[in-house]
Design a protein around this ligand. Structure first.
Ligand code: PBG
Length: 322
């Protein structure tokens, strides 16, 4: 007698009964680009359907998302002013700080996560301070991040997400937040973040392309897997509450390995290039966009991610509205 797996695929009802993984809207996070100057608002060529928003528009978007069941947003700021030491990043009245306050006021149930990095705020586009030799000064960069994080905390952010890949930043952030009375503020660390070509559209969106060199001295080498587990272990030791693997699709092995090795919540970032590829192919009629989105999100759930950060969150929720 042969076993017949097709018995359990016979009807939609049976398939639903035996489905192993499901996408939960409450585990999706929608990234939002927030601009300081109104003139910078508007569409992003390489990311059809995604807009740069003013603070007011970001508030409206957070409210709209929450009505659709998406209760988490990840904020990226696009400041009016960039300089060598990212001064507008730690302005208490900077764009992200204002967006945090406004969103928490209008949509208190929304979990506001703030990406913490310097690259959108530096004129050279690197994630840290550049020293006189053109190298990234790790510890000076961490000091800046700490300074900025305290202003995000004061604005009422729910989770801080350092994405810079400087060494020791999670510990420095944890200590500084605790000392400043924010021991309950969670840290979601971009722990295994690779030096990836898939961030291309994001850099257009945020105007954060490095003006010289690249990010390979701080982001991870795509050939490495064991090192990702080491990076994650370090961040957990330093106090990270949630760890992240980024990008998503080309790094599903890392998501799975992290799931098997650690018991903290794991986030995966379905990055800008992954969004753009799919949008471009579906715009050309080369694949069915809706099904490809579903399949992409399924791959993250299957690999073991708890939290999925994706530019598709709103679209997915709108299509699956109950
Ligand atoms: C900031 C940051 C980047 C992304 C998230 N945070 C850009 C980068 O590291 O170059 C990429 C997100 C995406 O591509 O969607 N350091």
């Amino acid at each position: 007698m042969i076993y017949r797996p097709r018995r359990l695929r016979r009807t939609p009802g049976i398939r639903a009964l035996v489905r192993e993984n499901r996408i939960h809207l409450e585990r999706l996070i929608q990234p939002l680009f927030v601009v300081e100057r109104d003139v910078d608002a508007g569409p992003i060529d390489s990311m059809p359907g995604i807009l740069r928003l003013t603070v007011d528009q970001a508030v409206a978007e957070a409210v709209a998302l929450s009505k659709l069941g998406i209760r988490g947003v990840l904020l990226f700021g696009i400041p009016a002013h960039k300089d060598a030491t990212a001064t507008s990043n730690y302005d208490p009245d900077g764009v992200v700080q204002r967006a945090i306050r406004a969103i928490k006021q209008a949509a208190p149930q929304t979990t506001v996560v703030a990406d913490l990095c310097n690259c959108e705020y530096t004129d050279h586009g690197h994630c840290g301070i550049v020293d006189e030799y053109g190298l990234i000064d790790n510890d000076a960069s961490v000091e800046l991040l700490v300074k900025t994080a305290l202003t995000y905390a004061a604005a009422g952010v729910d989770i801080i997400a350092p994405s810079d890949m400087m060494d020791g930043r999670v510990l420095a952030l944890r200590n500084a937040l605790d000392e400043d009375g924010h021991s309950n503020l969670a840290i979601m660390a971009y722990s295994a973040k690779y030096a990836s070509a898939f961030y291309g559209p994001f850099r257009e969106a945020a105007g954060s392309t490095p003006q010289f060199g690249d990010r390979r001295t701080y982001q991870m080498d795509p050939g490495n897997a064991r090192e990702a587990l080491r990076e994650i272990a370090l961040d957990i030791d330093e106090g990270a509450d949630i760890v992240m693997v980024k990008p998503g699709l080309a790094y599903l092995d890392i998501v799975r390995a992290a799931r098997d090795a650690f018991d903290v919540p794991i986030a995966v970032y379905n990055v800008s290039g992954e969004y753009s590829m799919l949008k471009a192919a579906s715009a050309n009629g080369w694949l069915d966009g809706d099904r490809a989105i579903d399949e992409t999100l399924d791959s993250f759930a299957r690999a073991g991610a708890d939290i999925i950060i994706t530019y598709f969150a709103k679209e997915y929720a709108a299509r699956n509205a109950r």
